[in-house]
Ligand binder design. Sequence first.
Ligand code: PLP
Length: 380
Amino acid sequence: MDKALVSPQNKLIYINKPSITQLEIEYVNDAITNGWGDKCYDYIYKFEKSFSDYLQVKHSMTTGSCTGAIHVALMAMGIKAGDEVIVPDLTWIASVAPIKYIGATPVFVDVLEETWCIDPQKIEQAITPKTKAIIAVHLYGNMCEMDEIMALSKKHNLLVLEDAAEALGSEYKNKKAGSLGDIAAFSFHGTKTFSTGEGGMLVTNNIKLYERSKVINDHGRDPKDPESKMFWMREYGYKYKMSNMQAAMGCAQISRAQELVNRKRQIFALYKELLKDVKGQINAEPSYVINSCWLPTFVFDKIIKFDREAFFKFMAERKINSRPFFYPITTLPMFDRKPENTVSYDIYHRAINLPSYHDLTDSEIKYVAESLKEFLAKNN
Ligand SMILES: Cc1ncc(COP(=O)(O)O)c(C=O)c1O
């Protein structure tokens, strides 16, 4: 191997991992040591309040995962078996699985070529009398066309759930991802820009959706029930909760929000500069969007010969983790194929994600970019 192309310090370059400072350690230490008894929710309440302040929304509810938050949100919106929910074909399965948990029907719609997010025109064509909601997934930090989506939702009396798992810190027309729809869900999985190990957040400005979500996520216990008393409830619910220890880590991360998002954007900008001669499409940032660049993503131009599997092998030999773009959900065996979603079916096999954790050094980013260019040069 070329001498210049040895991983700096010869270490494995992860695709992602959280940024941990003394602050995270101090808060989690405090939660483990002191956060019990009457203090067992202190970090949870603090995290929810800080998150609402950061997003400029009225209500935030911690959950054990974003998948759980999406499930609770759909139930709070009143989605029932037999209802249809419109969702992009190109996303992670967690945007879709909770629709199936309820027995509702996901209706898969194609994405826009520039943003890889759901196409508003295709949404309108997919609306039927059974449609109840739209899930707008902000993929890899890119933003959905929210004005168009919200206008459609008003016109057809639908609710909009933002799946903002991958877009914490992104902005659309000066409003943060997650503050634009009726309700939204975030992920704090270990690969995300802010992390609590595993974890999620449900946010909304709608008090009814918030109160309903709280009841559903507490085994159906409703503090407003006139017969409310300890251990009493009149319906089944779920329990997707976050622990105080995870929330302690969340409090540290949210207090570093700007720093964490800025570093993601810097990493992306460096890749963009280093790979400017490679033909293809990277994360979109139209003039009215700030992209928090969760995962630097490259969709190679059709003229470039690109074998995904050979690429991952090549990068692994250079101690670099890289990831494939998501498969269109309708190519998975449990769904009917929908090749008319031509953009989704065309993009994924010529697209990859690159490492972008906060502590990545500039020389590591250069090494990744050089390795990618070397791979493309060998095959083209
Ligand atoms: C678009 C999208 N939605 C939902 C989720 C689910 O998040 P979690 O793993 O916290 O359940 C993810 C997680 O990777 C995601 O990328």
